[in-house]
Design a protein around this ligand. Structure first.
Ligand SMILES: Cc1cc2nc3c(=O)[nH]c(=O)nc-3n(C[C@H](O)[C@H](O)[C@H](O)COP(=O)(O)OP(=O)(O)OC[C@H]3O[C@@H](n4cnc5c(N)ncnc54)[C@H](O)[C@@H]3O)c2cc1C
Length: 396
């Protein structure tokens, strides 16, 4: 049995876990990264924008705060011809007149967000890790977890045992580490599935992101470079099944129609994929020798496009706390971890309440609620200080 000692072991090599490892580079800490997914087959093939299917169906709206963080750790993707800045947002309610518009210029920023393919982000983060020569990596799953006074023990399913001052759970919404550590998580399925697909559009999108709150879910069209857009339709389960069963032509005309032909006729660029949606709230982000980041710490409805942005902020804050620990040598000390939790609690709560509240408000068919929610959108649109506050929050 092989045993090794580390200061920090991160479990989960998704976007958030990798960003944390990269943010700790040069800290003098001995770091290991463990991920259960098999290694990608060789270096990623350069994406070709002219190949019709060569656009990742998973895209993220990355806010300027996350863009700054990724840039600061040397992991912002350089391929600017594959990144679309969002210059404005147009949100429409489910009754005539309900609307709110956001513009980057009005908010005093170059863009509200950037739409970036998941593959591109993973590639930039992966290259950053490859440059960390003192990083230890395992491609296997955690099998058992033990807590001792001065260290945590992580048994991997290949027989290796890692000793860590601090274990970080970045292992996603169904976090294995969170369950092993007995951190309570409340899971509320939304009864909705996000159907995502990329399209070409006949009309230019002018850098606008569109969102329609509909009786059957929330439809968003996000700008991609050129005359392309990415759809996220958070649809009730029955509609999601129906959308997934359509052929390309039928899906394109269904979405074109649902979007009121805002971008003209659409054509399917990338086959659809489906993601069931849920809300996960955890009782605590930390325990002695353990911290949670990313979806392991909060799993939200994607209607605000903020899940991974919150995760990047977790990673940034945890790295800051660990780096600035002063005379405290032990990175797993509960006092340090509590500082991380205090710094993150408010942001996570605010975003959870906002996304869950909006989902619930628009998920009801009662007529008075419809009046309130649509009137509310228009009111916020006219209340400039409130609108600025919302924009500041979303910029990260
Ligand atoms: C349709 C949709 C659209 C979205 N759009 C946006 C958006 O526009 N903007 C935004 O900010 N967010 C968005 N999100 C949210 C975003 O996808 C998540 O917040 C983000 O992917 C979470 O990243 P993560 O690294 O925390 O977790 P994950 O990506 O889930 O990574 C977890 C990692 O842990 C590994 N792992 C799991 N179990 C183990 C184990 N036992 N041992 C070892 N490794 C393990 C897995 O292999 C994986 O690599 C969207 C979500 C959905 C569903």
């Amino acid at each position: 049995m092989q045993e090794q000692e580390f200061d920090v072991v991160v479990i989960g090599g998704g976007l958030v876990g990798i960003s944390l490892v990269a943010a700790l580079d040069g800290s003098g800490l001995r770091i290991a990264l463990v991920d259960a997914a098999p290694a990608p087959p060789g270096p990623a093939r350069p994406a070709d924008p002219d190949l019709p299917k060569d656009w990742d169906v998973r895209v993220y709206a990355i806010n300027p705060g996350s863009e700054r963080f990724l840039t600061s750790i040397g992991a912002w993707p350089g391929a600017s011809d594959r990144i679309a800045p969002v210059l404005g947002m147009r949100v429409r309610g489910d009754a005539s007149g309900g609307r709110i518009d956001f513009d980057a210029r009005e908010a005093g920023t170059a863009h509200l967000a950037c739409i970036v393919e998941s593959r591109l982000l993973m590639q930039a983060l992966g290259e950053r890790l490859d440059a960390m020569h003192d990083l230890f990596r395992w491609r296997c799953a955690g099998a058992q977890f033990e807590l001792e006074d001065r260290r945590a023990l992580l048994h991997l399913d290949n027989g290796t045992v890692l000793h860590a001052r601090l274990l970080v759970g970045a292992d996603g919404a169904r976090s294995w580490l969170r369950a092993q550590a007995g951190i309570a998580a409340s899971v509320k399925p939304y009864g909705q599935t996000a159907v995502v697909a990329n399209f070409t559009c006949a009309k230019p999108h002018a850098g606008l992101a569109w969102q329609w709150f509909r009786p059957d879910g929330v439809l968003a069209l996000l700008p991609l470079p050129g005359r392309r857009c990415s759809m996220v339709w958070s649809a009730n389960a029955a509609l999601a099944d129906e959308l997934m069963a359509l052929d390309a032509g039928q899906l394109a005309s269904r979405v074109t129609q649902a979007a009121g032909e805002t971008l003209g006729p659409l054509e399917v660029l990338t086959d659809p994929a489906a993601f069931p949606l849920q809300l996960v709230r955890v009782s605590s982000l930390v325990q002695p020798r353990l911290a949670l980041v990313g979806d392991a710490a909060h799993n939200l409805h994607p209607l605000a496009g903020q899940g991974v942005n919150l995760g990047f902020q977790d990673a940034q804050e945890l790295a800051r706390v660990l780096r600035d620990r002063g005379a405290c040598h032990d990175v797993g000390q509960h006092r340090l971890l509590r500082a991380y939790e205090r710094a993150r609690r408010e942001d996570i709560l605010a975003m959870t309440l906002a996304t869950d509240g909006l989902q619930r408000l628009f998920g009801h068919s009662a007529a008075p609620l419809r009046w309130i929610r649509n009137g509310g959108l228009t009111l916020v649109d006219r209340a400039l200080p409130l609108k600025r506050l919302l924009i500041r929050q979303a910029l990260g």
